[in-house]
Design a protein around this ligand. Structure first.
Ligand code: PAF
Length: 282
């Protein structure tokens, strides 16, 4: 596996592959890889000849300095996993390489609409940071395919919209959330949970699954279901963020009669902010 930290080297290798008609699959990560990331990498390998993985903790998408500093960095362990997974190239740049001048002075990519709700509202500036770094890396690599996880469903749909709106010739593929055996969605932030919190954490997915069952059984008072779920989570010791049953196409709160819904949620457990979602097809 090649390991690069310079944009020029990355571009040079990508151009070489492209001139040899090799397709490129991209998986962007912030490192601290788990089985969920490895599924994205496997999928990229099925869709493209060469797989590039990025490992970059993007300061522009963190709304809290403390969260950025605490974010787990496990480069050595990650590199071994990527080597085993037969990744062709790991791109692990420094912050200065990606943002040579002050981050506040960098041109920003802002995707309008549903991006401002839920995660966008809870974490001001987060999605601008994500859309900007994804655009920068898309421009560097010019991949044929990029694979993202559905755990961050609003992020995935934002990137798909951005690619459509800006006519980027990239196939953005979403993959189902990978879960621990007790249902907890895999996430680097699960590392922040102590033993007691870890034993409570699966309740988050269980509460969302219960909502899904009740919607599938025909209940349509969505706001009441959301409130009940919040109360249940508070009872288990979670801190409140949001739970919403919304329409997947525009992330507006679902009303009776709407089809293709998703229940999305974020909640605090100790120092960890967990997010999860479950789709409720028509
Ligand atoms: O999902 C993530 O890990 C990040 O938001 C991403 C896509 C790597 C951009 O920094």
């Amino acid at each position: 596996m090649q390991i690069m930290s310079k944009i020029d080297d990355l571009r040079h290798q990508c151009k070489q592959w492209q001139s040899n008609n090799k397709s490129i699959g991209l998986v962007m990560t912030m490192g601290n890889l788990h089985a969920g990331h490895m599924e994205l990498i496997k999928a990229a390998g099925k869709h493209a000849d060469q797989v590039i993985v990025t490992n970059f903790v993007n300061p522009m998408q963190f709304d809290r300095e403390e969260d950025l500093r605490a974010y787990p960095r496990t480069m050595e362990q990650d590199t071994l996993l990527l080597e085993k997974a037969k990744v062709a190239l790991l791109f692990a740049p420094t912050v200065e390489e990606i943002y040579p001048s002050e981050i506040e002075q960098v041109s920003q990519v802002q995707v309008p609409g549903f991006v401002d709700r839920l995660e966008g509202q809870a974490r001001p500036g987060h999605f601008v940071g994500v859309a900007t770094v994804v655009t920068k890396v898309f421009n560097m690599v010019q991949p044929d395919v990029a694979v993202f996880g559905e755990k961050d469903i609003q992020q995935l749909l934002m990137i798909q919209k951005m690619v459509r709106d800006l006519n980027m010739p990239i196939d953005v593929i979403g993959l189902p959330t990978v879960r621990e055996s007790d249902g907890l969605a895999m996430s680097s932030r699960n590392n922040y949970l102590n033993d007691e919190e870890r034993s409570i954490a699966p309740k988050f997915h269980q509460v969302l699954s219960k909502i899904v069952k009740r919607v599938e059984a025909g209940e349509t008072d969505y706001r009441a279901l959301e409130n009940e779920a919040i109360e249940e989570l508070l009872g288990y010791g979670f801190g409140k963020d949001y739970i919403e049953i919304c329409r997947i196409h525009d992330f507006e709160p679902a009303q009776a009669g709407d089809k293709n819904l998703v229940v999305v949620a974020a909640a605090w457990l100790g120092k960890a902010r967990l997010i999860d979602n479950i789709k409720i097809p028509a």
